[in-house]
Design a protein around this ligand. Structure first.
Ligand code: NAP
Ligand code: MG
Length: 338
C-alpha cells in the first residue's frame, strides 16, 4: 500500500495557536524551525542556555530568548531540538517541571522517546516532526515557497489534538508543502538509525574504503584509486538523487551499466544482506541504543578512538592532497552545489 502524502490543505495552523511555540536548541534544526514557524505567522520563543552560541544566534535573528526552563513555562508546545543525547537531562531538569496538562512536547527524531531516555508525563501530548533534510535545506526550501518532505507521528495523545498539532507544526515548517508522511516513533527511529548505519554513513564509507584498498593492494596508484572509488561517487549519488536508478543508468556508459548489473550483486550479496538484518536487529532490540547511551555516559572513549582511526587512514591522506588542488572545493569558491 502506498503511503498517503499530506499537504498544506490537511493542516490547520490554529491547532498550535495562540502559542507561543518554544524552540529549545538553536542548531541545525532549531534555527530553521524557529524562523520558518515565525514566518508562517506563529509566535515563537527560543530557549537557550546562557552564554552559548545558540543564545547569541537566536538574539541576532530577532527572537525573544529565555532559559530553556522559562521558555518551556511560557509555551504550550515545546520543541526539544537539542542533540538526542541531551534530551533526558534537558527534559527532566528544564522542561518536565514547567509543562502543564495538555501541552505538547515535540521532537525531530524519536530516539530519546522510543528508547525510554525520556519518560514523558501522562498528561501531555508527545509528537514528532522530522524533516528529511538538514536545517539549512529546511530553511532554504521554505524561503523558496516550497518545503522539505517530513515525517510526523504521535506517541501520546493527551489533549485529543496531538495529531492536529503535529500537522500544524509540520505545515508551519514547510513540511506539508514538501509533502508529509505519517509514521510512528518506532518506524522513524529504527529506519533513521538503520539508514545511517547500513547505507548512508557506515555502508557507503566502508564500500568506498574497501574499493580503494582493493585497488591499492593490487598495485594501482592511490591517487587513481581515490578518484575512482571516492571522488566519482558524487556524480553517481547526484544522478540517483535526481532521478533514481533510471537517471543514473541513462548517464553512465553501456559498459558501466552492464558491469553494474553483473558485478554489483557479487559485492553486496546474500551475506551482506544478512549483516544488514543483524544491524537492524540490534537497532530493534535497543542493543545499539543501550551501547550508545552507555558510551556517552562513559565520556565516549571508544567513539573517540574509532573516530581517530577512521580519520587517519591512507584514503584520507591521499584525498586531502588531491582535494587541495580542486579549486572549486576551496572556501569562497562558487561550488554551485552543496
Ligand atoms: P545541533 O545542530 O547539534 O544543535 C544543538 C543545539 O542544542 C545548539 O543550539 C546547542 O546550543 C543546544 N544544546 C546542546 N546541548 C544543550 C544542553 N545541554 N542544553 C541546552 N541546549 C543545548 O542539533 P541538530 O542537528 O539540529 O539536532 C537537533 C534534533 O534534530 C535532534 O533530535 C536530531 O536527531 C534531529 N534531526 C537533525 C537533523 C539534521 O540534519 N541535523 C535532521 C533531522 C532531525 P549551544 O550553542 O548553547 O551549545
Ligand atoms: Mg565508516
Amino acid at each position: 500500500m502506498q503511503a498517503r502524502i499530506y499537504t498544506d490543505n490537511d493542516a490547520d495552523p490554529s491547532a498550535i495557536k495562540p502559542g507561543p511555540v518554544a524552540i529549545i536548541g538553536y542548531g541545525s534544526q532549531g534555527r530553521a524551525h524557529a524562523r520558518n514557524l515565525r514566518d508562517s505567522g506563529h509566535e515563537v520563543i527560543v530557549g537557550a542556555r546562557s552564554g552559548g552560541r545558540a543564545e547569541a544566534a537566536a538574539k541576532g535573528d530577532g527572537f525573544t530568548v529565555m532559559s530553556p526552563a522559562e521558555a518551556a513555562k511560557a509555551a504550550s508546545l515545546i520543541a526539544l531540538l537539542t542533540p538526542d543525547m541531551t534530551h533526558a537531562e534537558v527534559y527532566t531538569r528544564d522542561i518536565a517541571p514547567n509543562m502543564q496538562a495538555g501541552d505538547a512536547l515535540l521532537v525531530a527524531h524519536g530516539f530519546s522517546i522510543h528508547y525510554g531516555q525520556i519518560q514523558p508525563a501522562r498528561d501531555i501530548d508527545v509528537i514528532l516532526v522530522a524533516p528529511k533534510g538538514p536545517g539549512d535545506l529546511v530553511r532554504r526550501e521554505y524561503e523558496r515557497g516550497a518545503g522539505v518532505p517530513s515525517l510526523f507521528a504521535v506517541w501520546q495523545d493527551a489533549s485529543g489534538k496531538a495529531r492536529d498539532k503535529a500537522l500544524a507544526y509540520c505545515a508551519g515548517n514547510g513540511g506539508t508543502a514538501g509533502g508529509a508522511i505519517e509514521t510512528t516513533f518506532a518506524e522513524e527511529t529504527e529506519t533513521d538509525l538503520f539508514g545511517e548505519q547500513a547505507v548512508l554513513c557506515g555502508g557507503a564509507s566502508e564500500l568506498v574504503i574497501a574499493g580503494y584498498e582493493t585497488l591499492v593492494e593490487a598495485g594501482y596508484q592511490p591517487e587513481v584509486a581515490y578518484f575512482e572509488c571516492l571522488h566519482e561517487l558524487k556524480l553517481i549519488v547526484d544522478l540517483m538523487y535526481e532521478g533514481g536508478l533510471a537517471k543514473m543508468h541513462s548517464f553512465v556508459s553501456e559498459t558501466a551499466k552492464y558491469g553494474d548489473l553483473v558485478s554489483g550483486p557479487r559485492v553486496i550479496n546474500a551475506e551482506t544482506r544478512q549483516r544488514m538484518r543483524e544491524v537492524l536487529r540490534d537497532i530493534q532490540t535497543g542493543s545499539f541504543a543501550r551501547d550508545w547511551v552507555l558510551e556517552n555516559q562513559a565520556g565516549k572513549p571508544r567513539y573517540a578512538a574509532l573516530l581517530r582511526e577512521d580519520l587517519d587512514q591512507p584514503i584520507e591522506h591521499t584525498g586531502a592532497r588531491l582535494r587541495a588542488r580542486m579549486g572549486w572545493l576551496q572556501p569562497g569558491a562558487n561550488a554551485g552545489q552543496a
